[in-house]
Design a protein around this ligand. Structure first.
Ligand code: WTA
Length: 638
């Protein structure tokens, strides 16, 4: 079966086939991959428990698909091009052959340090090639990786390590970000005070800063590599994995409680990320693909590492930030490495747009042929700027909608093949069956409707469970609507049948493309000793998409509130990480509550949007006068 869709007619035909014959369709796609042993059954599923199995009894290792199988035909092709934070430092290129060598080497390091199939390994590394190497080495050994984004705090790392009972952490001394050095090892050390399951810490040298190294526990990456070299660099044949063996856990925030560990399994995830990468971006064999996400997020997992590599693509990894040394850096990277496909987030586009066209106008972006957007709704202004300034009106923009739980892109245009429209994710990919639901659980048929977005049939890349708590998975995603996966997003299907994602309908914020759970953040704020209660809502933010607005009741209003504000911020940064720091904190006497004590967030949302006239009926509140007070306070915050 041909992997890539050829034209719009082919898309329609393929889509129809994928819905009418899903098993035959996905078997055909899976056949383009390398299996040690073929599956005996394509799909076994129910959304009730849920229990979802793809390619049952198939045996494989994803790294043989991402590395070994390309060696014979494409061994010298660059697999990873790495651009460092500091533009004066040299870039690095790893061919498929070199990447495989490094992965086998590090797989041996993992083995020497006691890692076995099924063990969980926490990875807290900067965006350096060793991060991709560490991820792939885990997969080679059959260990389950849990990558934690470098912006999370020690407490968040500890929570994740403890939840998955990781036995080993891979980190670096420090991480460069613009002019800053983040002391990663020191953050890990703080985390490990709370972790009983960790036996070993492997520390990569990156920033060459002083770190504490505990005898018997902490070892240097470089020393461990030397040991493998002195053993004669033995090959590391890939561990044979079952199709449904977990490949990784990735923690993500929801509307309640602590982040949950989304579990993805080997074969389905591989097939889905490979297929969607190849199709959505219409990747051609010599193209350079640049996804600006961090591998600490799902976008990096699927479209820096696994998707591109399984398709033998060249994937560019960037350590730095788009605005350093100046707001032209991203365009310099594009020009330097002759990037053909750029995949980035609306928040980055908006911040570069705000910096001014002088940073982009003289850059050579002539190699760009396709553009992608991900992570949050893209506003029309940003879409047009992206189209005109970056794509010069010639590069199709694929606005890709998906989630950590989905493994890969679900709704998106296919570059150059299906139509595009600003702000629209457009059409479901083959194999994806979206439905819109009304509040009463009825399916909204036809076009020109808006509702809650669900998916009614499994796709190979979907989550299988949440680590250690299957019931939570069922409750979160499969219990709102019967026999449906519920996304948590609202969606419009316009008159022409095109999909536009309108944002979360639950209490999850999307701040600069990062998911922030309001309950998790409120819990963190409430941990501060002066805080009685808090409520978080999102407000429209020109660059971040959504900003974090905190309403906080403190114990003693006579205190220096400026200082309390700083203390609350410091508490959030310590408990979650800088990405969750509130943009605005408004101190209030009380919150708008119903007689049963429920906070009316709807009212708070209207207030932070400045839409005072539409706060709605407040007569059912315990104390309607708080609304007026909060409005006055909010006015002063502007
Ligand atoms: C939002 C990121 C509009 C959405 C891959 C989803 C989007 C959440 C888009 C998942 C898009 C992602 N248009 N909204 N193209 N892409 N979202 O898990 O609300 O970090 O539920 O996955 O981001 O975020 P996550």
């Amino acid at each position: 079966m041909e992997l890539q869709i050829k034209d719009f007619e082919d898309y329609e035909k393929t889509y129809r086939y994928s819905v009418e014959h899903p098993e035959e369709f996905w078997a055909g796609i899976a056949d383009t991959f390398f299996w040690r042993k073929k599956w005996t059954n394509v799909l076994n599923w129910n959304f009730k428990e849920p229990n979802i199995k793809w390619f049952e009894n198939g045996k494989l290792n994803i790294t043989e698909n991402c590395l070994d199988r390309h060696i014979y035909t494409n061994g010298d092709k660059p697999a990873i091009i790495w651009e460092p934070n500091d533009p004066t430092e040299s870039a690095r290129v790893l061919s498929y052959k070199q990447l495989l060598e490094k992965v086998e080497q590090f797989a041996n390091v993992l083995k020497n340090n006691g890692v076995r199939k099924g063990d969980r390994v926490c990875i807290y590394l900067p965006m350096v090639p060793e991060l991709a190497i560490a991820v792939l080495s885990c997969a080679r050994v059959g260990a389950i990786h849990s990558v934690v984004f470098g912006g999370f705090s020690a407490q968040s790392i500890a929570d994740r390590i403890n939840d998955a009972e990781c036995s080993l952490v891979i980190t670096a001394d420090g991480n460069y970000r613009g002019t800053k050095v983040v002391e990663l090892k020191s953050i890990v050390d703080d985390a490990l005070v709370q972790c009983k399951t960790i036996n070993k810490v492997i520390v990569l040298t990156r920033a060459r800063i002083g770190v504490s190294m505990i005898k018997g526990r902490d070892v240097w990456w470089e020393d461990e590599i030397h040991k493998v070299e002195s053993q004669g660099n033995p090959a590391y044949p890939a561990e044979e994995m079952d199709a449904e063996d977990p490949l990784f856990v990735l923690y993500t925030s929801g509307s309640t409680g602590k982040p949950k560990g989304v579990v993805h399994t080997t074969a389905g995830y591989m097939v889905y990320t490979g297929y969607t990468f190849s199709n959505v971006f219409q990747y051609k064999s010599d193209e350079v693909f640049f996804c600006t996400a961090d591998i600490g997020w799902i976008t990096g997992h699927s479209y820096i590492v696994y998707g591109p590599l399984s398709q033998g693509a060249t994937s560019l990894m960037f350590e730095g930030i788009p605005t350093w040394p100046d707001a032209g850096r991203l365009w310099d990277v594009v020009a330097k490495h002759k990037v053909n496909i750029l995949y980035t987030a609306p928040t980055a586009i908006r911040s570069l747009m705000a910096a001014g066209d002088q940073y982009i106008d003289d850059k050579d972006l002539s190699t760009i042929t396709k553009l992608g957007s991900v992570g949050e709704p893209i506003n029309e202004e940003a879409w047009h700027w992206y189209n005109e300034k970056v794509g010069k009106g010639k590069a199709p923009i694929v606005d890709t909608w998906w989630q950590t739980e989905n493994g890969g892109i679900l709704i998106s245009a296919i570059a150059g093949i299906t139509p595009t429209k600003p702000g629209y994710a457009m059409l479901p990919l083959p194999g994806v069956q979206p439905v819109l639901m009304d509040e009463n659980g009825k399916i909204l048929e036809g076009n020109g409707v808006s509702g809650n977005l669900c998916i009614k049939f499994p796709w190979p890349g979907m989550l299988r469970t949440t680590w250690g708590d299957h019931e939570r998975c069922r409750l979160t995603y499969f219990s709102t609507y019967e026999d449906m996966y519920f996304t948590g997003d609202g969606c419009l299907r316009d008159e022409e049948g095109y999909y536009r994602i309108t944002g979360r309908v639950d209490d999850v914020l999307n701040v600069s493309g990062h998911r922030i759970g309001t309950a998790e953040l409120e819990n963190a704020i409430n941990m501060h000793s002066d805080v009685v209660e808090s409520a978080i809502v999102g407000y429209p933010h020109p660059v971040k998409g959504q900003g974090i607005y905190a309403f906080v009741i403190v114990e003693d209003h006579q205190k220096d509130l400026e200082l309390t504000r700083k203390d609350i911020n410091a508490t959030v940064v310590r408990l979650i990480g800088a990405i969750a720091r509130p943009d605005k904190i408004q101190f209030v006497r009380d919150l708008p509550k119903t007689r049963s004590g429920k906070i009316m967030r709807r009212i708070l949302r209207k207030i932070v949007e400045g839409d005072f006239a539409n706060v709605g009926d407040t007569t059912t509140l315990l104390d309607p006068s708080v609304v007026e007070e909060i409005k006055e306070g909010a006015d002063k915050m502007k």
